[in-house]
Write a protein that binds this ligand. Structure first.
Ligand SMILES: [Zn+2]
Length: 475
């Protein structure tokens, strides 16, 4: 058997992903009540056992899915941070893969090989209370991944108990990281970052941790065929309170998987698929013991995670400051802010950094050479209502340098889908090139508007005024 999966098998896993993917969930923001029926559906399969292991602080059920008849206990858990949902979807896909019929000789051989050697246990969505709010911390403010030692959260106690009961040989600690990590100095985003967590400050490599490293190196071998150059290594600084580090200490060879970002994949559905491939490949490498073909040196060769990406970078714009022309790059980031409405969030766009950003890259790179950047202003005339403005031409307002209008009767919302911001009578529209300014900027060539940036969203004036963002209401 080859060291990793054959290229042909990988191609089949990729090509047939839609066949075993759970189709009911296609976005990152889903909740416990969306997940539980899907777990029950999986649990109805004769090869799968679904166990209600306990409940969260707010009484939501915590479930373990198990499959396989092998001697090697493997434990996977996802979403201990409620806003890190990618791997929960991948765990559903994994169980659907392992129970799928008619996958052809190669893939069914892969299934059988795994199920004969391994007993797999998974706890999807370990922190459903935080998932309900799509936030990192528990509702009472604890970061579960700093609770491995004190175990103040019922979810932490449950995870430790299950690890101990199973005496898990391998553990997969499944998270999402910032989308703005790149692979070393390269412009490529870290779609996936791995870590074989250390169990002491000296980062000692004992045989159990070595297995984690070999496993990651083997999975990376597969990933380089599917997403070449998009895999990084997470910081290996010892964190004595984290689960990965302690799992390793408790004797479970642990792999941290961090789902990062990919251009044009805001719902991370491509990355979900990559996660599924990682989990299947890992189980194969364990079942076949072929991970041993890789070395610590192969693991060490994976480039480090670097926080070097912005959502958008304008290159070489010029800003007039007093009598000087200042040349600067401008890095813009758009961040999701949670809301209680149906969408669940809106976007807030800021200037993240400005100046020489030559060591950074953007998911979107815009050449602003020869363009003059000007902070947006508020239109001087007062409107009674937003509706009263509809007669005014927003394109004309932007041309004239206005990215906001002042309104007497404000909408109660925090944001709208209009291509300009709204300001109260006494309010202001923050705008500027200074870091942390709200990103409301206009870029001109001579007197012609070329780009408008409203709340971090770029309108390309010469290419059809495309706008699908949200603006803000400044109360
Ligand atoms: Zn996390």
């Amino acid at each position: 058997m080859s060291g990793s999966l054959d290229e042909a098998v990988i191609r089949q896993l990729v090509a047939r992903y839609e066949d075993y993917k759970e189709p009911a969930l296609t976005r990152r923001r889903f909740k416990h009540h969306d997940l539980v029926p899907l777990l029950e559906k999986l649990g109805a399969h004769p090869a799968v056992t679904l166990t209600r292991e306990g409940e969260s602080a707010e009484g939501r059920g915590l479930f373990r899915l198990s499959i396989g008849t092998g001697d090697i206990p493997v434990l996977m858990w996802s979403q201990m941070h409620g806003d890190e949902a990618t791997a929960t979807l991948a765990l559903l896909d994994l169980f659907r893969f392992l129970t799928a019929d008619g996958m052809g000789a190669d893939l069914s051989g892969l299934q059988t090989g795994i199920l004969q050697q391994i007993t797999l246990h998974a706890i999807p969505m370990l922190n459903p209370d935080a998932a309900e709010r799509f936030q990192r911390h528990t509702p009472y403010g604890v970061d579960m991944n700093r609770d491995a030692v004190q175990r103040q959260c019922p979810e932490s106690r449950l995870l430790k108990r299950i690890r101990d009961e199973l005496q898990a040989e391998y553990g997969f600690n499944l998270h999402d990281q910032s989308t703005r990590y790149s692979v070393g100095e390269s412009p490529k985003s870290a779609i996936i970052s791995f870590l074989a967590p250390p169990f002491d400050a000296q980062r000692t490599i004992d045989p159990k941790r070595e297995r984690s490293m070999q496993l990651i190196a083997g999975v990376n071998g597969m990933l380089q065929q599917v997403i070449p150059g998009h895999v990084a290594a997470y910081s290996d600084e010892f964190e004595p309170r984290a689960f990965g580090d302690n799992m390793q200490k408790w004797g479970t060879s642990t792999v941290l998987v961090e789902s990062g970002g990919k251009k044009d994949d805001p719902e991370k559905q491509f990355i979900r698929k990559i996660n599924g491939l990682i989990l299947i490949t890992s189980l194969h490498l364990i079942a076949s013991e072929t991970f041993q073909k890789w070395s610590v040196a192969d693991y060490d060769a994976i480039p480090p995670n670097k926080l070097r990406l912005f959502d958008t970078v304008f290159r070489g714009a010029s800003l007039r400051y007093k009598e000087e022309e200042v040349r600067m790059d401008i890095g813009i980031n758009r961040t999701e802010i949670n809301t209680d409405d149906a969408a669940g969030y809106y976007i807030h766009g800021i200037v993240a950094e400005s100046g020489d950003l030559s060591t950074f890259n953007g998911y979107e790179e815009i050449d602003a050479g020869g363009l003059r950047v000007v902070p947006g202003e508020v239109f001087p005339e007062l409107f009674e209502t937003v509706e009263g403005l509809q007669a005014a031409d927003p394109q004309k307002l932007l041309q004239q340098g206005y990215t906001a209008i002042r309104v007497r009767h404000l909408p109660e919302k925090t944001h709208t889908d209009l291509p300009y911001n709204i300001v109260s009578i006494g309010g202001t529209q923050p705008a500027g090139t200074f870091p942390d300014s709200d990103a409301n900027l206009l870029f001109y060539r001579d007197d012609h508007l070329i780009y408008a940036v409203i709340n971090g969203f770029v309108i390309d004036i010469l290419n059809g005024w495309q706008w699908d963002g949200n603006s803000l209401v400044y109360h």
